[in-house]
Design a protein around this ligand. Structure first.
Ligand code: ATP
Ligand code: MG
Length: 139
């Protein structure tokens, strides 16, 4: 059975550009309920840990700098089939390939600065949620 929760971040450039409200509105309109939410900032070290799976990729250094470059909004979202449905709503990594109506099609600047993160599995959704939120911060 697939899980009912996923984890998302609104990435630094999207927060700085003032898109956070519209992105949050879009995910609520698409049936996701907010179970935890905060404005916070990753240190370089934390960003490096969060994206550790990409350590060997050529863009890793750039990715870590970018994700630590300013405040992000972190959230836990609830919906049936949350991980897969949210990946559909955010669209392809590269906004040039993202479908019409997706968050990245509408708000991403580039493949690197692509507005939002979405967990890629139930296990990672749990790990990522625990990285940001204590028990008393989730509902
Ligand atoms: P995310 O994990 O942030 O939800 P994703 O699962 O769609 O994105 P990943 O392959 O996990 O994509 O890549 C993680 C992030 O690394 C991307 O969202 C993007 O910000 C950055 N990234 C991925 N590929 C590239 C690339 N070729 N050049 C620059 N940055 C990239
Ligand atoms: Mg990913």
């Amino acid at each position: 059975m697939t899980g009912s929760r996923t984890f998302t971040m609104i990435k630094p450039e999207a927060v700085a550009a003032g898109h956070a409200g519209k992105i949050i509105d879009m995910l609520i309109e698409n049936g996701f309920r907010i179970k935890a939410l905060k404005l916070t900032r990753l240190s370089r070290q934390e960003a490096g840990t969060f994206y550790e799976v990409h350590k060997e990729r050529p863009f890793y250094g750039e990715l870590v700098e970018y994700m630590a470059s300013g405040p992000i909004i972190a959230a836990i979202l609830e919906k049936s089939n949350a991980v897969e449905d949210f990946r559909k709503l955010i669209g392809a990594t590269d906004p040039m390939e993202a479908a019409e109506g997706t968050i990245r099609k509408r708000f991403a600047e580039s493949k690197a600065k692509n507005a939002v993160h979405g967990s890629d599995s139930d296990d990672n959704a749990g790990i990522e949620a625990n990285f940001f939120f204590s028990g008393r911060e989730r509902f």
